[in-house]
Write a protein that binds this ligand. Sequence first.
Ligand SMILES: Cc1ncc(C[n+]2csc(CCOP(=O)(O)OP(=O)(O)O)c2C)c(N)n1
Ligand SMILES: [Mg+2]
Length: 648
Amino acid sequence: MSKRRNSPDAARRRFLKGATLAGAAVLTTPVAPAAATPSPSLAPPRGKAVPPGPRLAAVETMPPSKDPVTQTTSGGDFMVDVFKTLDIDYLAMNCASSFRGLHEAVLNHGGNTKPEILTCPHEEIAVHMAQGYAKIEGKPMAMICHGVVGLQHATMAMYNAWCDRVPVIVMGGNIIEANKRAPGAEWVHSAIDPAAIVRDFVKWDDQPTSLQHFAESTVRAYKIAMTPPMAPVMLSLDAELQENPIADAETLRIPKLSRVIPPQGDAGALAELAQMLVAAENPVIICDRVARTPAGMARLVELAETLQCAVIDTGGRMNFPSRHPLNQSFRRAVIGQADVILAMEMNDVWGALNAFSDRIVRSSRPTYKSGTKIVTLGSRDLYMKANYQDFGRYQDVDLNIAGDAEASLPTLIEQVRRLVDDNRKAAFAARGKKFAEARQASMEQAKSDATIGWDARPITTARMCAEVYNQIKDEDWSLVGTAIRLSWPHRLWNLDKPYRWNGVSGGAGVGYNLPASVGAALANKKHGRLTVAFGGDGDFMFVPSTLWTAAHHQIPLLYVVHNNRAYHQEYMYLQAMAARHNRGVTNTEIGTTIKDPNVDYATVARGFGVHGEGPITDPKDLGPAIKRAVAVVKSGQPALIDVVTDPR
Ligand SMILES: Cc1ncc(C[n+]2csc(CCOP(=O)(O)OP(=O)(O)O)c2C)c(N)n1
Ligand SMILES: [Mg+2]
């Protein structure tokens, strides 16, 4: 899509390592604005302020007298140069006048590359795309939204990304100076503190008032976003700063972005943990967001294999291979047998270690036995905010090691290795053998469970997932954006590489799956991976126009709509509520189903320029439809399959 004009690599090289704007001047040579001659009838007397009077309104609606019609550079150009030094590949946006200066600079100064614009019909799409992208690519994408209203649309996705601890560079246009705002939209879309509505769920924000300030704050924002625990950051960009010529080019400097070294847990504490793990009869590792980079999974495998202990992966990231013999994720009973539990990068330790029922009476009980030693290792405690309660209930633990788990693992593994003598090795091997057998048995059980209702109509979710896997398993596939409660892939598919899975929404804000999957597919595209995702019909209905973005930018993605014609989770809650009040379930479809009319998702897809298959109601039709859709995806385009799993 993008047309390269300037060489971004060359430009970046010039700026890296704290280069001054000497290099940038080539790209952003400011041209002094030609003094435009004001209209004689409106021109104030030379050297005098405009006198108050009836003509004042007319003066204000005219272009400013010094409108630099021959301006050839803008503050936006410099901003683009900053993005290039940060190697930001994409800028997702829904266009708006409050950042028209930057938008134009990205295209005409930056050549629409690094960043390349992604056109999104909704700001929530832009942020969710960035969230899905970052979890595959390992670096943030930028998004920009219209002052006030665009940011209001972006908020839920920002909350998801924040709860998911994913870096996103969010920017919003604003017009700071009141006397520069045009009447109407520019007033209602300006704020004195635009970031106020998102401050509780961004890690940092700023509103730069000069280009130098912009450069420093953008590099700082990038660093903060990328330092574990990662999170979105927000910059409010003054429209004047973007649009006006660069006044002080020779003094501008883009700061150097240094490597972020994530904090390791204390070495003494890790040694103590190693002793506990090696001495334990049944240590269990439970983890949620350990793998930040491709190295994370390999390190976790190394620790687990050294100990031959059970690993429960709650799926926040691609932490542990699904078919690894020590993977006991679907055998949570191992928690009850544990004498030491190592909980790593868990967002909600209490939630993972306690059973909770909200049916009839809200009640809970620990799933671990009393006396079990619990150790946490993670960056969770290094960053906390008060308002939103994403931290979960307080869990008693015996040792709380604050530090990035992936970074701490090499030290922990080394300490564990030192302590494992031949006796322990033999005991560990016996333990591992039992887990391998149990894993195999649970796999066989899952295979057998999956055949229940194999030919049934409506189509079972097991059949839907199996038919898809059957046709992608020999490709270099990547499963993204899918709700974790659709557990068949984790039970049966071979998730064995760091990009096989990219976690969940974080904040459980529905509307994540479709756009986050498109973002992840964009990151997978250059690697030639076949990206696949399953998403609920309810999820799809929030931002269906995401499909247009996928078609427009030619992002290959196989998107399967798990169409139960309902907000089924809520439907079940409502049934439970009606049963509790002994009032029957007759009315529970009201407000919880997506019927009358049924939505034809394949037709919707075609309307957005995306290949659509379905609605598929007979399981026999699945295979051929998936085959056609996979061929489309392999040709570089998105495709959607509507699979009707409506039981009613
Ligand atoms: C923004 C938002 N609105 C509402 C909810 C409440 N909610 C949780 S699950 C769910 C149903 C989602 O429907 P769908 O994606 O079709 O999944 P299903 O439950 O049918 O499998 C809803 C509405 C939410 N979590 N987030
Ligand atoms: Mg549904």
